[in-house]
Design a protein around this ligand. Sequence first.
Ligand code: TRP
Length: 449
Amino acid sequence: MATSRGQFGTRTGFILAAAGSAVGLGNIWGFPTQAASNGGAAFVLVYLILAFLLAYPVLMVELLLGRHAHGNSVRALTQISSRSSTKFVGATTGFFGIIIASLILSFYAIVAGWMLGFTASYPLASLGFDRTSQWLTDFTIPSNIALMTVFMTMTAGIVVGGVHKGIERWSTRLMPTLIVTLIGLALYVFTLDGAIEGLKVYLLPDFSKVLSADLILAALGSAFFSLSLGVGTMLIYGSYLSDEEHLPSIGAQVALIDVGLAVLAGFLILPAMYVAAARGVDIFDASGALLSEDTLIFTVLPELFTSLGSIGLFVATAFFGLMSVAALTSSISMLEVPVAFIVERFEWSRRRAGTTASAFIGLLSTMIILNFDWLFGAVVALSTRYGQPLLGVMLCVYAGWVWNRQALLAELKKNDANAKHSWFWRLWPWYVRLVCPAVILVIFARSVL
Ligand code: TRP
C-alpha cells in the first residue's frame, strides 16, 4: 500500500504545494480589504498573532496526523483511536471534513471562474472580440456555469495527474509565477499617483479598532480559511510527506509564506484602490467604509485598469491571471480531499475518482449558480463559519486527547531524535489539548450566538 501512494518529490515541492493551497483568493482578495477597513497595521498585527498562536498549531495537527497515517482523514482519525466509540466519531469527523471541503470548492470554483473570465476578457477585447469579452464578464447564468466548468476541469486535470506529476509539478510552476507577478504589480502601482495614500491607510495602525471582538473573530476566521484548515486539506498533503521531514519547521515555513503573501497583497490592493480614487473612481460606500468584496475586484479595479490606457490591458490581464493562479493552486488541494478518500477507501483509479468527484462538485456549483441569491451565502457560511472552526476543534481534541502521547512523540522522533527536548514538544501538545479548542470554541460561540 505504502509504495502505491503518491509522495511529494522534494521538500520545496511540498512547501510550494502547501503554500499554494494556503495562498488563494482569501489572501489576495479578502485579507487586504479586511485590514484596510479594520485598523490597518493593527489588524495585520492581530492577524499575525492569531496565525501563529492558533492557526499554526492546528496546521501542525493536520500535518502530523496525515504523515502519521499516510492516509486520508477518516483513516488517520480512526487509526489513532483505540476505542470503538472514538473510532466512530473520528471517522464521522473525517467524513464531514470531506463534505465541507467539497462544499468550499463548490463556491470557490464559481468565484475562480469569474477570475478566469476577467483574465480572458481583456486580451479578447483588445483583439476586437468585444461581444465575447463582454459575455465573459457579464455574470450571467450561462457564463457562470461555463467558466466554473472550465475552472473545475483544470482543477480535475491537475489532480488526476497525481501528487507528484500533477499537484507538485503545477504548484512549483505556478507559485513562483504568482509571487513574481504580485511583486511586479505592486512595484508598478507604487509609481502611480495616490499609491502612498493607500500605503498609509494600510500601514498606520489604528489600535482603537483592534480590541473589538468582531475584529478578532474576523481575523481568526480568515487565518483559518487562509491556512486551509479543518477539512483535511493539509492532512492529506501531510500524508504524502516522507518520514524524514522535520514537520514543525516545514509547517512554520508554510505559515510564513501564507502570511507573508497576504501582507504583500496588501501592498498591491490598498495602493491600487487609492490610485483609483486619485483618478476619480469611487472607493467608499455610502457609510464611508472602503468598498470591498466583489465591488472592489470587479468594479473598482477594472475602472482603474481602464484609466491606465494601453498598459491597463497588461496590468488587468496580469492581475486577474494572478487571481486565477492563486485560486487554482488552492482548488486542487480541496479536490484532493475527496479524491484521496475515494481512491483509498474504494480503490478507484485517480482518474475515475477525480472525474467523478469534480463532476459531482460541479453539479453542486451549478445548483448554487441557479439559486445564487440565497444559496451562495448559505454555503459560504455553512462551510467556513460553522464547518471549519468546529472541525478544527475536533482535530485538536483528537490530537490532544485521543492520540496516545507516546505514539505522538514517536511520530515527532522520526526525524528528530531530540524531539523530546524541543520547544515544540514542550508546548504544542498542551496547546492543542487545552488552549486551541477552548479559544476556538469561545470565538465561535460569540460569532454564532
Ligand atoms: N486557503 C485558500 C485561500 O486562502 C482556500 C483553501 C484551500 C481552503 N483549501 C482550503 C479553505 C480548505 C478552507 C479549507 O483562498
